[in-house]
Design a protein around this ligand. Sequence first.
Ligand SMILES: [Zn+2]
Ligand SMILES: [Zn+2]
Length: 502
Amino acid sequence: MGLLTDHVAAPVNALLGNMVHAAAGQAFLEWTRYRDAGELHRQLVVPEEASDRRTFDATMQCAARIAITHSISQGAAERIVDTAVALRDRLPKVAECLRDGKLAPRYVRVIVERTDLVLDREDQQVVDTEIAAALRRRGSWSPSRIRDMVDRSVYRVDPDAVRARRKAAVDARGFWTEPLADGMARVEATSTAEKAIQISRRVDALARAVCDKDGRTLAARKSDAHFCLVMGVAWECQCGSDDCDAPTIDDAAPAPRTMPGTGSSMTLHVICDLETVAGDGETPCFLDGYGVISPAHLDELLTEPGVTIAPIGHSDDPLAPHTPGNPYRPSTALDTVVRARSLYCDVAGCERPAWVCDIDHVREYDHDNPCAGGQTCPGNTGSKCRLHHNLKTHTDFLDDQTIGRDGRITSVIITPEGLTVAGPAFDGTDLFPALKDIRFTAPQNAPTAPGPAEEPAPTRRRPRLADKHARRQTEREHNCRTRETEEQARASDPANDELPPF
Ligand SMILES: [Zn+2]
Ligand SMILES: [Zn+2]
């Protein structure tokens, strides 16, 4: 398959190239599996399909053959057959993308599920063609961008089906708990996207209200914060030190306004065309932190209290790219256009939503001679999450970006060894082509006050491996102390003798 035969001491770029090549090979092998499952279905199921009323029908038996030969569950095998049939009958061009290594196997099911409400044969062909064309573009994908790209196609082609499906989904919202192994349990709730974003932001904000010596992971703190919010119990940092500067929040739920990051206003950003706001657009909209939503969903959001509509670029006058006094700082208009255009962090595969990202000067701004450096203009600004912004600032990763004649942004990221990786294959201009028409005035070139001094690269308190060892050691010590305390308690109180030794 043209893979490296000797990997030992191979150059970094050869190893990376080989891994990418192997991933394309995996896609090809996955395609052969679906092709063959589709053929099994054609031979075994199709002849019986119209009349088969048996409980153990041909579909079930076809899947059972696959399940038994692969040692997988009946359900998993039925999903393979279902996916194979979808690729064969309604997504043949998408299937070819899988064959050619243009589609990662993990995205296949997402595409199949999100297109299965399109029933009309011609609509199916339009959707298949559009998705395949997008997958063959140069550029990178992430789960969110794949989902948005597929939704955009489906929402445009078959808005009625989307509406019906959404109503059913809203009606089916609910709340569950599910026991897990090791004395754990999962709490799950489904709600409208906007409610879920608000809950997640509040949980996140509370979880971050600790000092950096708190030993819990962010995920564990979020779990604790969720409990505190629902139960209205106190939240505090668990560093155990006396000079901790994190706030103690006595009563998390009843007084949310006193909590960090969760004042009375919580802003959700929705991008849409003005016609859609006016009620006569059929183009899908985009909810930051969620993805594509339908015009009907937008109508619901517009009835919520406190909605502000901020039109951008609706007049013929070009907009200012930076604030009047400071050519370094992006204007509100540029800030919004860049985020709407990026949808997420611009780095390949990154999923951070645009409105929690930083606006980054792709080429560094030169404060002494703005003409020489990267200016504050649409072509030189992008959205980067804090991690990727810092990766670029403090390491040898580089990026570059150009706006083509067609108004499309082309961005690349370059690894320290010089491997160039294309930026997103799908962005906000695919959802809102009008973004490409928004004009900005030329940036001012007067020298400005020196910018913020470059911060030294952040360092770890100790290497990652040492950190891991230290965490293990702390856990062991903690377990040991707990055991000792319990033993002492039992020893000092004879009545405790009957207590089981936990
Ligand atoms: Zn603390
Ligand atoms: Zn990122």
